[in-house]
Write a protein that binds this ligand. Structure first.
Ligand code: GDP
Ligand code: IMO
Ligand code: MG
Length: 427
């Protein structure tokens, strides 16, 4: 039995999709356990690029079981669109299963997400406006509608009617918006239910049976540790838990079943959306990394903020997730830079801080303490083992591991499957 949990160790977009796809070759089951279509995981197979928002990145292997656990929030329109676009590209999606207990996103969640961001003005979170936060709010408020309701027209009608009464009152009276028509919404969502019914299952049972049968299960996190609702840069966070502990909750397995936890991190850092970011770069250097790394959001197309590797943040991710290993991605993007900075600590009002602070007031005043590393000029995208890398790249990687406090199991030097250096086998 092997259960490997893969999480983002930074602010999302670390390359989880690529690493999941790479590891999925040896996995029998790939499971998403939190988040929704705020995620955007780009996977390159041969000369084809796939942008996945909900369906786990394991789907690109024929016959692979890919599960959406109870902790995921599902926008059925997006999911159906993703299924259709994969089918058009001859990808077999018959292995998809969706938890009966996963909550459903409705158009009022999307609209309320947008309206709330507009209302906040300068203090907006910079959400993806996909309705993720409002759907999790309804889940916590115990008024959410789950997949099991979506496929039961009577239940759906009762719950939707009740929810629309409340949402329409907010839309009309607070925002001066048009009401959402109950009959229209019921007809649309019943049709989604009919379409998705064949995939709806008790996913926790499937996962536990697979683990008992000695199968390999890979848990694919979305977002990143610093976007975690409890442990991230609150309130500039997502509304779920992208950290490893959530794999148990969002998939329905016990903690003792987890074998290894892998944290994916870029060899530098990026962030989309608002919130403090101590190692953020501006000007030409930021532009250069953004250009070299194609750092534009997979979901919203927004330019990603770019900066140096933040050892304080990743060390914190090692602690919060209990990371056994790092997977370091996008090392190739740094090729050609004369020098590379690596943040080992922060300076706050003259004091040295080594642990990631809870206070955003403190974090936004923290100045990174940098270690300077000489760069390398060589194109490293064809490196296939550690020894193929220039000595400066090797030294830089070794410092990333030492500063973060976890060994590196995988190094990625390009978006393709073949552009991966394996230091330790994970399955
Ligand atoms: P995710 O959300 O964590 O799955 O990451 P995204 O897919 O949003 O962003 C990562 C981007 O970097 C994608 O376009 C990947 O194809 C690409 N990528 C992943 N690993 C590498 C790498 O090692 N080098 C380069 N140049 N690109 C990579
Ligand atoms: P993947 O899985 C990067 C960010 C948004 C915003 C905050 C809250 O591709 O790494 P939300 O729409 O979730 O309410 O937005 O979280 N965010 C992400 N940033 N990668 C993601 O996913 C993200 N999902 C959400 O930009 O700052
Ligand atoms: Mg992404």
């Amino acid at each position: 039995m092997a259960a490997v949990v893969l999480v983002g160790a930074q602010w999302g977009d670390e390359g989880k999709g690529k690493v999941t796809d790479f590891l999925a070759e040896k996995a029998d089951l790939v499971v998403r356990y939190q988040g929704g279509n705020n995620a955007g995981h780009t996977v390159v197979v041969g000369d084809q690029e796939f942008r996945l928002h909900l369906i786990p990145s394991g789907i690109l292997y024929p016959g692979r079981f890919c599960l959406l656990g109870s902790g995921v929030v599902i926008d059925p329109e997006v999911l159906i669109g993703e299924l259709d676009s994969l089918s058009k590209r001859d990808i077999d999606t018959s292995g998809l299963r969706i938890s009966q207990r996963a909550h459903v996103i409705f158009p009022y969640h999307r609209r309320l997400d947008q309206l709330d961001e507009e209302r906040k003005g300068n203090s907006k979170i910079g959400t993806t406006c996909r309705g993720i936060g409002p759907a999790y709010i309804d889940k916590s408020a115990r008024i959410g509608i789950r997949m099991i309701d979506l496929i039961d027209r009577e239940e759906l009608a009762v719950k939707l009617e009740r929810n629309l009464r409340e949402k329409n009152s907010i839309l009309e009276n607070i925002y001066g918006e048009k009401k959402i028509d109950f009959e229209e919404m019921l007809a649309l969502y019943s049709s989604y239910g009919e379409r998705l019914e064949r995939y709806v299952a008790d996913t926790s049972l499937i996962i536990n049976d697979a683990l008992s049968a000695g199968k390999n299960v890979l848990f694919e996190g979305a977002q990143g540790t610093l976007l975690d609702l409890d442990h991230g840069t609150y309130p500039f966070v997502a509304s779920s838990h992208p950290t490893a502990g959530a794999a148990c909750l969002g998939a329905g397995i016990g903690p003792a079943k987890i074998g290894r936890v892998i944290g994916v991190t870029k060899a530098y850092s990026t962030r989309v959306g608002e919130g403090p970011y101590p190692t953020e770069l501006a000007g030409e250097l930021c532009e250069c990394i953004r250009r070299q790394g194609c750092e534009y959001g997979t979901t919203t197309g927004r330019p990603r903020r770019c900066g140096w590797f933040d050892g304080v943040a990743v060390r914190y991710a090692v602690r919060i997730n209990g990371l056994d290993y790092l997977a370091v991605t996008k090392l190739d993007v740094l090729s050609g830079l004369e020098k590379i900075m690596l943040c080992t600590g922060y300076r706050y009002r003259g004091e040295i801080i080594n642990e990631f602070p809870a206070s955003l007031k403190v974090l936004s005043e923290c100045e990174p303490i940098y270690e300077e590393h000489p760069g390398w000029a060589e194109d490293i995208s064809t490196a296939r083992c550690f020894e193929d890398l220039p000595v400066n790249a090797r030294r830089y990687l070794e410092r990333i591991s030492a500063v973060a406090g976890a060994p590196t199991a995988l190094i990625s030097v390009g978006s393709k499957r073949s552009q991966t250096i394996v230091m330790t086998e994970l399955f």
